[in-house]
Design a protein around this ligand. Structure first.
Ligand code: MG
Length: 250
């Protein structure tokens, strides 16, 4: 199932996308919510980020070529940081270039969306805790990062986490092409099978530290090919099977 959040008739709904149509459904994160009813044409609604995360856990240096291009050793345990929920924007929304920075990068990433509360689960149990997967852009003020011990400042600005366009509950995270395009030119091109720490390992590892809850998001790291964006640019993250997440820089 492809799950989205959208606005129609001035109301926010969860929906299930089927071809050109979207069917209203209840919240996939709160089973007690009303099931919902109604259908809309996808072209008549505005998609939002498909989840409003509680926690956003982020993995750094999780592809060898990206660790190398940044001059870091290949990590032996996951490099973890967090983004605030206020960084999240949806498909088509603007990434705002902050005045504090002179270099703002895209980072195409696979995002894991947690579907049920879990603590200290094994890798084998992890898939049952995941609702599905979506595309993410871990926007980063690269020039601020070296002086920013926990990367909270350089990666935490409002609008620095585009998510979407939908959560696919049937996606297989073992492999799939991941790409970032800037004004149509391919800048990052890799496959999620090159992740050093897999989504299932990350859910197991992180849930051993903190309870993961429905709607929490883990973004799994970016492949090599980072570079800066300029105001006016269009940036697209595409993961095979998960659609295209497009945003503009203003
Ligand atoms: Mg990243």
């Amino acid at each position: 199932m492809k799950i989205c959040r959208f606005i129609a008739d001035d109301k926010v709904y969860f929906g299930s996308i089927d071809g050109e149509m979207v069917k209203v459904i209840g919240s996939p994160f709160c089973k007690s919510d009303a099931a919902g009813d109604g259908h809309y044409k996808l072209s008549d609604v505005r998609l939002l980020a498909p989840v409003k995360p509680g926690k956003i856990l982020c993995i750094g240096l999780n592809y060898r070529d990206h660790a190398q291009e940044c001059g870091y050793d290949i990590p032996k345990t996951p490099v973890v940081f967090m983004k605030p929920s206020t960084a999240v924007i949806g498909p088509g929304e603007n990434i705002v270039y902050p005045a504090m920075s002179n270099r703002v990068d895209y980072e195409a990433e696979l995002a894991v969306v947690i579907g049920r509360r879990c603590h200290a689960v094994s890798e084998e149990e992890a898939s049952s805790c995941i609702l599905g997967y979506t595309c993410a852009n871990d926007v980063s003020a690269r020039d601020l990062q070296p002086h920013d011990g926990q990367w909270i400042i350089s990666k935490g600005f409002d609008t620095f986490l585009p998510l979407g366009p939908y959560i696919d509950t049937d996606f297989n995270p073992a492999c799939g092409h991941i790409e970032c395009r800037l004004n149509g030119a391919v800048k990052q091109s890799s496959d999620i099978r090159h992740l050093i720490f897999s989504p299932y390992f990350l859910v197991s590892y992180l849930s051993t530290v903190m309870t993961l809850e429905p709607g929490d998001v883990i973004i799994t790291g970016t492949p090599g090919g980072i570079s800066g964006m300029q105001r006016g640019d269009s940036v697209e993250v595409e993961i095979e099977g998960l659609g295209v997440l497009e945003n503009h820089v203003v």
